[in-house]
Design a protein around this ligand. Structure first.
Ligand SMILES: Nc1ncnc2c1ncn2[C@@H]1O[C@H](COP(=O)(O)OP(=O)(O)OP(=O)(O)O)[C@@H](O)[C@H]1O
Length: 268
């Protein structure tokens, strides 16, 4: 059991022309084990940069990431990543993809096999386990990506627009699956999305970030993710606070984007 601490993270990218971009400035937050946080914000506010720093793919210019009692210094299986497109191994079967992490750790099928089959059941792919990745729909590929991530038993799952490429109906089903996996596994999850609805439905905590420099603008604690576990998400949307919060966040992001457009016109 281990919480995730994002401690005064700043990130500046130096550009080849001598300039620089302050992608993040002084971002701090604490996630307890098992919390699900969704992250929203206008394009360029540093969402992906923050996720890449937590993943250990990027070293921040200032600040530290701590998981439990240790400081994050690079990528590690304790922090799993799910990308928008599955980043799957096309030449392997579904089962081989899910078993990839345990195999890389040197485990044999007799050690990881039962868990891999259990995960294939959980994500509804048991009947497709021998299929090649190219034979699967986009939604099924994201199911493989989720199962592959879980097979490594990470403490934290980082999701960068994991459902962004899916059609509306598949996306709804996958949102329910994410909630189910979250409750069943007790994993800590950070999920970036461009969809206000998705952020509301999936985030028991919802972070709105602001750009230039990327920073935390507002945080919400919401009841909808808990209500949505095992429930029709369309019913959850009828909750009296849902539409109100949705409108408030939409207006907030709209205002930020207007400001960015205004600044861009001034500089033109
Ligand atoms: N490797 C890099 N070199 C230079 N600038 C970068 C680099 N990566 C990101 N940036 C800049 O940092 C800022 C934040 O980018 P980031 O991709 O984290 O934003 P985002 O909120 O995820 O955007 P989007 O919603 O469009 O994916 C942007 O201004 C971006 O151009």
């Amino acid at each position: 059991m281990s919480g995730l601490t994002i401690d005064k993270i700043s990130m500046r990218f130096d550009l080849p022309n001598g300039g620089s971009v302050q992608a993040l400035k002084d971002v701090s937050l604490q996630l307890n084990q098992g919390e699900l946080m969704s992250v929203l914000g206008p394009s360029g506010c540093g969402k992906t940069t923050l996720l890449n720093i937590v993943a250990g793919f990027l070293a921040p210019t200032e600040g530290k990431i701590r998981l439990g009692d240790h400081v994050v210094t690079g990528p590690d299986a304790e922090r799993g990543m799910v990308f928008q497109q599955g980043a799957l191994f096309e030449w392997m079967s579904v089962r081989q993809n899910v078993a990839f992490g345990p195999r890389m750790k040197g485990q044999r099928d007799s050690e990881y096999g039962a868990n891999v089959d259990h995960l294939l059941d959980v994500v509804g792919l048991q009947d497709f386990k021998e299929k090649a990745i190219y034979e699967l729909s986009g939604g099924m590929q994201q199911r493989v990506a989720l199962a592959r991530c879980l097979a490594n038993d990470p403490d934290v799952i980082l999701m960068d627009e994991p459902l962004g490429a899916l059609d509306a109906l598949t996306r709804e089903k996958m949102q329910s699956l994410v909630l189910k996996l979250w409750k069943e596994t007790g994993k800590t999850i950070i999920l970036i999305t461009h969809s206000v609805e998705e952020a509301l439905l999936l985030g028991e905590r919802l972070l709105v970030m602001a750009p230039r420099p990327g920073r935390i603008h507002k945080e919400y604690r919401l009841p909808f993710a808990d209500l949505g576990v095992g429930q029709d998400l369309r019913e959850v949307k009828k909750h009296p606070d849902y539409a109100k919060t949705r409108e408030e966040i939409l207006a907030m992001i709209w205002d930020m984007e207007e400001e960015i457009m205004g600044r861009a016109e001034e500089n033109a």
